[in-house]
Ligand binder design. Sequence first.
Ligand SMILES: *Cc1c(COP(=O)(O)O)cnc(C)c1O
Length: 397
Amino acid sequence: MTRPGRHFLQIPGPTNVPDRVLRAMDDPTIDHRGPDFARLSKDVLDGLRPVFQTRGPVIIFPSSGTGACEAALINTLSPGDRVLIMETGWFSHIAWRHPAEKLGLQVDYVPGSWRRGASPETLEERLRADTAQAVKAVVVVHNETSTGVTSRIADLRRAIDAARHPALLIVDTVSSLASIDYRHDEWGVDVTATGSQKGLMLPPGLGFTAVSEKALAAAKKAKLPKAYWDWEPMLKNNAAGFYPYTPATNLLYALREALAMLQEEGLQNVFERHRRHAEATRAAVRAWGLEIVCEDPREYSNSLTAITMPEGHDADRLRSLVLERLDMSLGTGLGKLAGTVFRIGHLGSFNDLMLAGTLCGVEMGLRLAGVPHASGGVMAALDSLAGAPKTEPALSR
Ligand SMILES: *Cc1c(COP(=O)(O)O)cnc(C)c1O
């Protein structure tokens, strides 16, 4: 079916791919063992470090984000190793607990509310109780995409240090990297895993891991079987600008362009842009009289907002009406939030007018679906964007 105008892709990933990035992918595929490729490779590997805020290596896999997560586990751990995975929502389960169990690791899945981030207090308690230091790694999802809750990684790091525990810290930043401030080195993270199709503004198809010295040392002793995902031949080949197998060349063109865009805007400005859009979105939700899933304002996600439907109203019916009538995709409720929650993605390549259009679409959708709500959400968001104090009427003269 022909639809006039642009589709609004407002799921929390894949995100809108900028035209500049799409055009960059249009270049002919080159010899991945030639000198031009080595230059491309060096550009993207160097360009990625500041985005992870690390001086260490970043490894690129032709995979989705889940591949990078699996690589994080199998490169650092051995069969039967204990891993502590903090429950935050659907992704702590599907991207970490599920594969970790399949890989033969012993998983301590630390129960958590789907409305809050991973608790530093609980983590410290768990690690203090582990006097035998059987836990080899702690896994945390930085930004839980199913709930719109961001865990406080610096505080979780402090909890590990306070317990004087040597476990590796593995963090999933699939829906936060390049949208929400994230500091691999400063926060003492050992492995950071992410994917291409969210904050990095690329199509799906690349997985990334940033790796600390400590993780590299652990990798030397790790015994889980690996071949394709092995970091060692990757790092060896990368040093000369190459890969052990055929890389996703055209996605690397896209990556080079996206990194240039992030650098031109400035990472701090990118974070501030996302903070501002997230705040405006929450202003809209409050004005509609709907409920934000995240309970703790310190943990509000700046890349997406998850919203609970009023009792008796189906989130997926709202979503399908918005898609059919307005050509906008919103995020579905995942896991136990299916049907009761929908999500607005406001990450990646996104600006004020895109946000305004998105929120207009949600407000129109609420009307179309007959969902009880107060009008004025869009106005509240516009006021928030303009920096107007909440209590003052809109400017008029
Ligand atoms: C999207 C996402 C994943 C999975 O990434 P894929 O690219 O779909 O494999 C894992 N964790 C989080 C937090 C995500 O948002």
